[in-house]
Design a protein around this ligand. Structure first.
Ligand SMILES: Nc1ncnc2c1ncn2[C@@H]1O[C@H](COP(=O)(O)OP(=O)(O)O)[C@@H](O)[C@H]1O
Ligand SMILES: [Mg+2]
Length: 316
């Protein structure tokens, strides 16, 4: 594992507002870290400090071994950054904008042409390269921002809500692009969109009120749901009271819930364990005929509310 980003006890206070308040985590090569949290949680502020656009009130940031305070130029050279809203110069074309960014990145000659071409290709903006940016749709503007971020093929990418405002097809394309780049980079994406936890992320950090509330894999996040490994089961001609009593008697069953008409029962394990095989065998062995039976993975929206609502106004 190669450590690419390490932040320790990072804080940013704006007067009395503690936008970020003691955040620590690290990101290795090959990881796509999903940075999640409600509006105002401190995601963008954290990203601005990692990229050197805001000076921390407290704490340290290291990118590819370079400290953002003592070595800001090396940090900026090591990373690509898609800021919130993806600002770009509206009256430039993507072509002139990317060439301008390439100049800033110190590229010239054939290398510059190749970098612009390759970034445009990967971000799928080749068909709008000579159209003023202000005339482009939101999806294209976002992808121009992405092309800018990946132009110099940096080892670290910091992408602030890269799929915000995109339609489902555009989201799909941007996720594919990020997945394609994931292997040899360390990537942080902030997002509100819970489906991206699985579509994109290898790990998640959830923040609320400027503090880390969770740091773990998507699977671990899902496993915090009360629905994790609960089994929904429907049987033929069941007397609801009798079947409920039968389920309640099983030692691996914690709780039984009667679902709305015809949909059967939801059976919770005693302590989050998998019970599908055992449950279906026991039901059959006792002479019931199973109509349907499936386990739930867990519900991310419920987990998010639980993790983030004690401390915040907004919700995801
Ligand atoms: N320049 C600023 N001055 C004062 N408050 C700010 C500034 N930037 C952000 N904040 C506040 O800091 C908190 C975190 O904001 P932000 O990092 O943008 O959250 P997120 O990106 O998670 O939505 C919010 O309460 C926001 O209003
Ligand atoms: Mg933000």
């Amino acid at each position: 594992m190669t450590l690419r980003i390490e932040i320790k006890d990072l804080a940013k206070h704006f007067g009395a507002i503690k936008a970020v308040d003691g955040v620590s985590f690290s990101v290795n090569k090959g990881e796509v870290l999903g940075f999640l949290g409600p509006n105002g949680a401190g995601k963008s502020t954290t990203m601005k400090m990692i990229t050197g656009f805001l000076t921390p009130t407290r704490g340290t940031v290291s990118v590819c071994g370079h400290d953002v305070l003592t070595d800001p130029i090396a940090v900026k050279a090591s990373l690509g950054y898609l800021p919130e809203g993806a600002p770009a110069y509206a009256d430039m074309t993507p072509h002139s904008f990317l060439k301008f960014i390439a100049d800033i990145r110190g590229l010239s000659g054939a290398e510059k042409t190749r970098a612009v071409d390759s970034a445009a290709e990967r971000a799928q903006i080749k068909n709008v390269m000579f159209q003023p940016i202000e005339t482009l749709s939101k999806g294209y503007k976002r992808r121009v921002g992405l092309a800018q971020a990946i132009l110099h093929n940096p080892p670290v990418l910091i992408l602030d809500e890269p799929t915000d405002g995109l339609d489902p097809n555009q989201k799909h394309e941007v996720r594919n692009l990020i997945n394609d780049m994931a292997e040899d980079k360390a990537i942080i994406i902030s997002t509100h969109i819970l489906e991206e936890v699985h579509a994109l992320c290898t790990r998640n950090v959830v923040i609320a009120n400027g503090k880390v509330q969770f740091n773990g894999t998507p699977h671990e996040l899902e496993a915090m749901s009360r629905y994790h490994n609960a089994v929904c089961v429907a049987v033929d001609n069941a007397d609801a009271d009798k079947f409920t009593a039968f389920l309640n008697d099983l030692e691996f069953v914690g709780e039984v819930e009667l679902l709305a008409a015809e949909r059967g029962f939801r059976v919770y394990p005693t302590s989050g364990q998998q019970i599908t095989a055992e449950l279906s065998q026991t039901i059959r062995a006792n002479g019931w005929n199973i109509d349907s039976l499936y386990a739930e993975n867990g519900r991310l929206d419920e987990v998010f509310r639980t993790i983030t609502t004690n401390s915040t106004q907004g919700g995801i």
